[in-house]
Design a protein around this ligand. Structure first.
Ligand SMILES: Cc1cc2nc3c(=O)[nH]c(=O)nc-3n(C[C@H](O)[C@H](O)[C@H](O)COP(=O)(O)OP(=O)(O)OC[C@H]3O[C@@H](n4cnc5c(N)ncnc54)[C@H](O)[C@@H]3O)c2cc1C
Length: 288
């Protein structure tokens, strides 16, 4: 005789869809727009646990193997949205050192093994650590839906804190980077040395031979932003102070629990001067 299972105190979990292909994932999202997209869950679960996020059902991207790929050729690098910070650290240290360095500063080893590139972009946090290095690579965000695929310049992707141009039926599927050459660097100031969201951050790229200069700042404005006006001074080895002044002028930080706007401006200036010196030192060592 069969017996009924004993009553359980476990909460009933909302439905959990686990597509294994990108195609299947976009169809599911079109058919069931109420599903909450999740990958590593490192950001999503914070909202669920403190009651801010109500979830009617999950669409997990964890098993979509295509999103975990990195494809490189001579001119470009395509990073799947599902690659984790741990993978970025391990696999991109030679090709995009600034991105690997940024990944190394994210959360704890557990967060880095679960948290993904796509999740970092989707949150549109002004403190998202992957974004400054990617802005310095002229990155484009690939968005896919049942209607097709489009690419948006990363500089136009976030429109404000937690706001992006992504439509609800679109998934972030990849990030496309140009091979710009030269040297890059990332630096971050936090309230302690590890497990910390940035007080401010900077990434920069310099290629004196081809005249490429890029700089982007994090936690210093409503979105991570590139500071175009500072870039000419990055090309001048004697202009560290002018570079720092322009970087600070390009910021619009706020006072919050992590730091005051005044401290953020000061710290950005220090980071900018150090980054300028570091990139020119590297350029000199390589030329010697
Ligand atoms: C303790 C702790 C420390 C942290 N430290 C840092 C830090 O130092 N630096 C930093 O930048 N971040 C940090 N974070 C934030 C978080 O880990 C990152 O933003 C991470 O990249 C999120 O990725 P995920 O895959 O976990 O996203 P999830 O939590 O799965 O999703 C986050 C958001 O992105 C959306 N989303 C995810 N993937 C996609 C996709 N492919 N397409 C469309 N939407 C998508 C989800 O719907 C959700 O709104 C920290 C978080 C915690 C909990």
């Amino acid at each position: 005789m069969s017996s009924m299972p004993p009553p359980s105190d476990e909460p009933i979990l909302p439905p959990f869809a686990t597509p294994t292909t990108r195609h299947e994932a976009t169809i599911l999202l079109a058919e069931r727009p109420e599903l909450y997209v999740v990958n590593g869950g490192t950001d999503a679960m914070v909202g669920v646990n403190d009651g801010r996020t109500n979830v009617a059902g999950w669409l997990s991207l964890r098993r979509v193997a295509e999103l975990g790929r990195i494809v490189a050729d001579e001119h470009s690098l395509v990073l799947g949205a599902g690659i984790t910070f741990a993978e970025i650290e391990a696999l991109l240290a030679d090709s995009v050192p600034s991105l690997a360095a940024a990944a190394r500063t994210v959360g704890s080893p557990q967060i880095r093994r679960a948290g993904t590139l796509g999740g970092n972009l989707a949150t549109a946090s002004p403190a998202a650590d992957a974004v400054p290095p990617l802005l310095c690579c002229d990155a484009h965000v690939e968005l896919a839906s049942c209607d097709g695929v489009r690419r948006v310049p990363l500089e136009e992707f976030a429109t404000g804190p937690k706001r992006t141009v992504r439509r609800p039926d679109e998934l972030i599927t990849a990030v496309h980077l140009h091979a710009l050459g030269g040297f890059d660097a990332f630096a971050k100031v936090g309230t302690r040395n590890a497990m910390v969201i940035s007080v401010c951050s900077i990434a920069a790229r310099l290629d004196p031979a081809s005249g490429v200069a890029r700089v982007a700042i994090g936690s210093a404005a409503p979105t991570v932003r590139r500071v175009h006006d500072a870039e000419p001074a990055l090309l001048d080895p004697g202009a560290a102070d002018a570079f720092a002044a322009e970087v600070v002028r390009g910021a619009s930080p706020i006072d919050d629990a992590r730091a005051s706007a005044t401290y953020r401006r000061h710290a950005l200036g220090v980071l900018a001067r150090r980054t300028h010196a570091r990139l020119w030192r590297t350029a000199g060592e390589v030329a010697a």
